[in-house]
Design a protein around this ligand. Sequence first.
Ligand SMILES: Nc1ncnc2c1ncn2[C@@H]1O[C@H](COP(=O)(O)OP(=O)(O)OP(=O)(O)O)[C@@H](O)[C@H]1O
Ligand SMILES: [Mg+2]
Length: 108
Amino acid sequence: MKLIVAYIRPEVLRNVKCALYARGIYSMSVTNVLGAGRQKGYTEVYRGIQTEVNLLKKLRLEIGISDELSAEAVQAIEDSARTGHEGDGVIFVLDIADCRRIRTGECL
Ligand SMILES: Nc1ncnc2c1ncn2[C@@H]1O[C@H](COP(=O)(O)OP(=O)(O)OP(=O)(O)O)[C@@H](O)[C@H]1O
Ligand SMILES: [Mg+2]
């Protein structure tokens, strides 16, 4: 069982949702976040000086998913979230020790 945590551009959410839905993946959480990657949130450096990191609006997508479906979901996110420009985001895959659906007590 995995937890996929993906940081994506807000404008690609619709595309990413479509890609996941097409694979039968509907369960997800999405939150607004501020973040920076290797460029520290800047596309230009004024006179070579940056005094602080510029945090940009991104979305954090979380999906709890079976081991079998995990790779397909990651590929779907990668393909549907890519614009080819810096700032497209990153995807992390975490191993999950346990889970519990509150209504039924079952796991995923
Ligand atoms: N190592 C990280 N840990 C946590 N969040 C990250 C990390 N890297 C990126 N993010 C999140 O992803 C967003 C987009 O990152 P970004 O795509 O700029 O990463 P990058 O490594 O700089 O890649 P690129 O060179 O393609 O821009 C960030 O604003 C941040 O929210
Ligand atoms: Mg970057």
